[in-house]
Structure formats: C-alpha cells, structure tokens
Write a protein that binds this ligand. Sequence first.
Ligand code: 2AM
Length: 168
Amino acid sequence: MRLFFALWPPAKTAHALAQWTHEVSRDTGGAPTASDKIHLTLAFLGDGDAAKAQTAASRVTGKRHELPIERGHYWKHNKIVWVGPQAMPRPLAAIVNQLHAGLKEEGFILEDRPFAAHVTLLRKARPPGALPPLPALDWPVDEFVLVRSRTSPKGATYEWVERFPLTG
Ligand code: 2AM
C-alpha cells in the first residue's frame, strides 16, 4: 500500500490526454495510463501513516489556478512519455513547498531530488520520433487529493482518501 498526493484532471481533460497518448503509442508502443488514472503527483509518501499526511495537508493554504499542459516529453532513463507545464506555475510551487515542508514536519522522508511536475501517460515506451501536438486542455486546480495505491499483478488501483480544496 502506498500513499501519494496528486492533482486529478477533469474527465474531459483526461480523455483528451488519453487520446493523445493513444496516438503516441502507435509510434512508441508501451503501456498507456488509463484515462481515470491520469494524474500529477505532488508528493510520493510510500508506505506511511495517512492520518499524519492528512494533518500536513490540512495546513496547506493554496490558491486556485490553472495547470497549463504545454509540452510532451520522453524520459530515456525510465522510458516514460509524460506531459506537463513549460514552467512550474507559481501557485503550484507554493502548494508543493508547503505540502513538502508539512510532510517533513510530520516525519515523512521525501525524495531529495527536485520536484518535477509531470503527468505519466505511457510506460515502457520506445523513444518517440516527433510527438504529435498536444490538444488544447483545461486543467483547473481547485483541490488536491490524498490517494492510496494498491498494487496487484493486474496493476495499481487508486482510492481517494481525502480531498483538500484550495480556497484562495
Ligand atoms: P510516475 O508517474 O513518474 O511513476 C503513484 O505511484 C504516483 O507516485 C505516480 O505518479 C508516480 O510517478 C509517483 N511516484 C513518485 N515517486 C515514486 C516512487 N518512488 N515509486 C512509485 N511511484 C512514485
């Protein structure tokens, strides 16, 4: 069982991303993320105490904003195709910084590497040629969620533990 915090896109946005992924996969092969599992991870906690994570998250005061999905990219080191913003939106950086600081105060040990806002769409993909242009997408960030992930031979199932609305 693993816990993580994430942003979830509206269903329409997820479908558009899934369609784009399908197009990419004709070139690269690989395993696409199911539409309802498309997300952007804010913090990965691994196996931890959900109550402590909830305490940290409830202290975050963030502003609502839009997440621009402007670029697609391939990471050779883990063979994933992902999309994300060109630059980290300031309100999102503020949320991530507060969340990470709060989680550390609650005793979580987070990864040392700098946070990279990415939405994984294809795993085990071959390097793509040119990626097709991304569709126009709306991804309003009104809340973030604490998610419990259970892995089985069939893949991961996600269960939302709590939603944290942004009020600013
Ligand atoms: P990924 O998409 O780049 O694999 C649930 O596993 C989410 O947590 C995924 O979005 C995953 O990112 C992210 N994550 C970050 N660090 C992870 C780790 N060490 N193990 C598994 N997932 C991790």
